[in-house]
Design a protein around this ligand. Structure first.
Ligand code: GDP
Length: 208
């Protein structure tokens, strides 16, 4: 399924900051505000989307500096609903069979995803021009098994003509791993309001 575009006003972000980066479970901040996890292969447009979501030009740069690619980055966002954490999980879910450091990294992220009580929603970012592959399929199955709610976010929508867009969106409706996909562009801001609505809904459902 694909969400329809809307023209709702943007969410008002009162503050956003990198709260902490963690390389081990012990470094995670105490459970508290509801959390939304961002998943996506590198270059999918995750930093750009995060910056656009929280209306800060370069907040997510920090997560791209060398050394931070193996850290979970917790961003604390204040919005009219209260506080929210957006948790960036760089590179998780791809090339799952690795050795040493990579396996450790996977284990750390998996323990976050499987055990974090504050986690409300995982967003799987995916380039609208690519078809989902085995990595995406495995990840979605893994999350489903553990009962983690997941939504798909299609990135870089602006790279397509209107005609191509219609064709790609139809394809995701048919072959989109059964996910709800929200088409977005960090460049134009398309779909960001819908994405916020999804986040609001996930947070509200969990507090009701
Ligand atoms: P990350 O590695 O997933 O954090 O990806 P980045 O946010 O750094 O983006 C990777 C590349 O894609 C950069 O060159 C961005 O300028 C570009 N990019 C990201 N989002 C968009 C978008 O919505 N539209 C277009 N046209 N390019 C984008």
């Amino acid at each position: 399924m694909l969400a329809a575009m809307s023209n709702a006003p943007p969410v008002k972000i009162l503050a956003a900051e990198l709260e902490t980066s963690a390389s081990a479970v012990g470094g995670f901040p105490a459970e508290g505000p509801p959390e939304v996890a961002l998943l996506g292969r590198s270059n999918v447009g995750k930093s750009s989307l995060l910056n656009r979501l929280v209306q800060r030009r370069s907040l997510a740069r920090t997560s791209k500096t060398p050394g931070r690619t193996r850290l979970l980055n917790f961003f604390l966002v204040r919005w009219p609903e209260g506080e929210l954490r957006i948790v960036d999980l760089p590179g998780y879910g791809w090339a799952r069979v690795g050795k040493g450091e990579r396996r450790e990294w996977q284990a750390l992220v998996e323990s976050y995803l499987a055990k974090r009580a504050s986690l409300r929603l995982a967003l799987l970012l995916h380039d609208v021009r690519r078809d989902p592959g085995d990595d995406e399929r495995d990840l979605v199955a893994w999350l489903a098994q553990r009962g983690v709610p997941v939504r798909g976010v299609l990135t870089k929508l602006d790279r397509l003509s209107a005609r191509e867009r219609a064709a790609r969106l139809a394809r995701f409706r048919e072959h989109g791993l059964g996910l709800d996909w929200i088409p977005t562009s960090a460049r134009t801001g398309a779909g960001l309001d819908l994405l916020w609505r999804e986040i609001e809904r996930a947070v509200r459902e969990s507090t009701n």
